[in-house]
Design a binder for this molecule. Structure first.
Ligand code: SF4
Ligand code: SF4
Length: 340
């Protein structure tokens, strides 16, 4: 997704019609279409003396720098210039981690392994596909700002304006800076790919899990040891569950820098037998219950319905909610009484 013109001084008019950026983003999220072409691999690149070594340190520093200094990490009117995200956390997964085959069972058979989607990228560029063990996934958590969390905390029915902008501009910004990193690596002869912005990305609906993507940033972040799932299905990380996530694959062997908890609910108070369930009353449609945890279909419907609110009140074409991720003990940290 390319840059979307930010409105500095006024709302856009008739946003259903004029907000092409939002409409393109929504279709892209569902069907992987409308994105710029994949960058080409420079097969003749010869490394220069000043080239940085592409390793864990370089990737962490580059992602932190993008979020700290990129001009597109910015809201639009009436919050023009406010940052969308705070400092990220970054983790790595080995390309041959058996978790990727588990995901075909947990999510659905269409979920890519890094090797599968990188084979597509390699063949498009006329090179031999790398082996799974020569690949790694880079996963990152972009925490939502305090102002946005406070604003969404004050809402009881529908998503707040800053949260809605984060959902739209934050996603476009994230895709943009990942594309910049992928293009940089491909120019230097290193295969890289962000699976969610390829035409191979096509969400499917399964009876058990509802809409499921062929590349789940949330499961990547769990696999990288960045967090575990809460009652609300958001990932609870050391910076909380109010965030956006991203991930991409590189043809480099990278060492995981965090331990992945065996228990996928290790940081949720309720699943650790501590009193909480504070996310239940935050949901305006009772999509979270003690008995059944998170009802994805009910949640999906509510989030889809929010499009008309975002359009009418905030003049952008997007959907969102996140009420259960704000004003809860896991909003901005791993709940303290878990002692993590
Ligand atoms: S609010 Fe409490 S029960 Fe709900 S996800 Fe967070 S820690 Fe778990
Ligand atoms: S995100 Fe879903 S589960 Fe959470 S409050 Fe909104 S509708 Fe309810």
């Amino acid at each position: 997704m390319g840059k979307r013109k930010k409105m500095k001084t006024r709302y856009r008019r008739l946003s259903y019609v004029t907000d092409i950026g939002g409409i393109k983003s929504a279709i892209g999220e569902l069907r992987g279409v409308g994105y710029p072409k994949q960058p080409k691999l420079n097969r003749n690149y010869s490394p220069g003396q000043d080239d940085p070594e592409i390793n864990e340190k370089w990737l962490i520093e580059t992602i932190k720098d993008k979020i700290a200094n990129h001009p597109e990490n910015s809201m639009e009117f009436p919050f023009y210039g406010e940052k969308i995200f705070d400092e990220p956390i970054v983790g790595f997964i080995k390309g041959d981690d058996s978790f990727f085959t588990d995901l075909k069972r947990i999510i659905g058979p269409h979920h890519f392994t890094p090797e599968e989607i990188m084979t597509w990228q390699a063949e498009k560029n006329g090179v031999t596909p790398p082996k799974a063990e020569d690949l790694s996934v880079v996963s990152f958590v972009m925490p939502i700002t305090k102002k946005t969390k406070e604003e969404n905390s004050s809402k009881k029915e529908w998503v707040s304006e800053r949260w809605a902008q984060t959902r739209l501009h934050g996603e476009i910004f994230s895709q943009l800076f990942v594309r910049e990193i992928v293009a940089y690596l491909m120019e230097r002869g290193i295969l890289a790919i962000a699976p969610d912005v390829t035409p191979m990305f096509n969400k499917k609906r399964y009876p058990n899990v509802g809409w499921a993507s062929p590349w789940s940033h949330r499961h990547m972040a769990y696999a990288a040891g960045l967090g575990t799932f809460g009652m609300h299905d958001f990932l609870i990380t050391e910076k909380g569950c109010a965030h956006r996530l991203g991930s991409f694959i590189v043809n480099r062997k990278l060492e995981p820098n965090r331990e992945r908890p065996e228990d996928i609910h290790a940081y949720c108070l309720h699943y650790q037998d501590k009193a909480c369930l504070k996310c239940i009353p935050r949901c305006p449609v009772d999509a979270i219950t003690r008995e059944n945890a998170h009802d994805k279909e009910k949640c999906y419907q509510r989030v889809a319905d929010s499009t008309k609110i975002c359009n009418r009140d905030y003049h952008i074409f997007i959907y969102g909610c996140g009420l259960c991720a704000t004003a809860v003990p896991c909003e901005s940290c791993i709940p303290v009484n878990l002692g993590k």
